[in-house]
Design a protein around this ligand. Structure first.
Ligand SMILES: [Zn+2]
Length: 239
């Protein structure tokens, strides 16, 4: 697929930033956005990040997002937000949950919206469902669009359950029906020093360091490329 993804609003600390509760929308939606973009690319999709970080007002931020989206021919626009208004500061034991908005009540965006709701609900969030709305980004983007309200920043139960990586996994699965190949997106070239010997070894024993096992070749190719991109000497071994 070809997909536009953006985090809503300006960054925290600027005019027109998002909702603030136990967590901050503009910070968390950018974390989720980054993880979603990375997973989608890993799965072989073409992704454009249309986030706006320099809107001079709320309407300017929205216009810049839409202009960035409409500069690409895509199958889907994805807008990532967090919700507010639950006002559950104590924690009543239930989340307020996930909801996803689309402009139309049918079509690819609506199908993705329903699947994203289901996948996020499977993490334990209440499913508020797919809903129709004429938000600016939904009505002005050329491609079918969905606006995801991941969960509520001002509900203690939502915030305690919320995990950025799991949220991103659920969103990507809802959109693509594919599972991203890593749980925690933690490949990091700075994290290990592989030493002099890598793929060949030199003795009777070989200790192989494995980062994944895939039934779909394209997923293996994507992980191989990702490892090479960050500087690892990696190969694909068939079983
Ligand atoms: Zn928002």
């Amino acid at each position: 697929m070809r997909i536009n993804v953006h985090a809503g609003h300006n960054p925290d600390g600027k005019v027109a930033c998002g909702a603030i509760g136990f967590i901050r929308e503009s910070t968390e939606n950018r974390r989720v956005k980054d993880a979603v973009v990375s997973r989608l690319r890993q799965l072989g999709h073409t992704v454009y990040d249309c986030t706006c970080n320099d809107g001079v007002s709320s309407s300017d931020n929205l216009a810049k997002i839409v202009n960035a989206c409409n500069a690409h021919e895509v199958d889907l626009d994805v807008s990532i937000h967090f919700n507010a208004g639950a006002k559950d500061a104590v924690g009543n034991g239930v989340t307020t949950g996930i909801e996803v908005y689309t402009y139309k009540s049918s079509g690819i965006a609506r199908e993705c919206a329903e699947r994203v709701c289901g996948a996020v609900a499977a993490l334990g969030f209440q499913n508020r469902g797919a809903k129709v709305n004429n938000f600016y980004v939904l009505r002005n983007t050329k491609a079918p669009a969905m606006l995801i309200e991941c969960c509520f920043v001002d509900d203690k139960d939502d915030v305690e359950l919320y995990d950025c990586q799991k949220m991103a996994d659920a969103i990507v699965f809802g959109i693509t029906q594919q599972k991203a190949v890593t749980e925690d997106n933690s490949v990091n070239a700075g994290a290990v020093s592989p030493g002099d010997e890598t793929t060949t070894g030199n003795g009777e024993k070989l200790y192989r360091v494995q980062v994944g096992a895939y039934s779909i070749k394209a997923n293996a190719d994507a992980m191989l490329q990702r490892l090479k991109d960050v500087g690892f000497d990696a190969i694909i071994v068939g079983s």
